[in-house]
Write a protein that binds this ligand. Structure first.
Ligand SMILES: [Zn+2]
Length: 91
């Protein structure tokens, strides 16, 4: 199988390898809140975690366990990146 010569990353949700251009990046920044931010342009410093930009993988990543494993730290729900599409709770 020809993998090509591009940088390959592993999706933290499904653990399948993919070209980084096929994945979306999140970075862990413990001094920020939420600590995990969606690095849309893939340029932020810090440790990165890669996820397929599909609901199946994003939903699994939001369980926090894949991020905790990727960043080797404890992740709580409040550390997870906010979803723009999620309805607000209590206004
Ligand atoms: Zn995936």
């Amino acid at each position: 199988m020809n993998v090509g010569d591009g940088p390959v990353r592993t999706c933290i949700a499904c653990r399948q390898k993919a070209d980084r251009s096929e994945l979306t990046r999140f970075v862990f920044r413990p001094d920020q809140h939420p600590a995990i931010v969606h690095d849309v342009s893939a340029t932020l410093p810090g440790r990165g975690a890669w996820v397929h930009p599909v609901e199946k993988c994003l939903a699994k990543a939001r369980t926090a366990a894949p991020f905790a494993r990727a960043f080797r730290t404890k992740i709580t729900a409040s550390d997870l990146p906010r979803q723009d599409t999620e309805p607000k709770e209590n206004g």
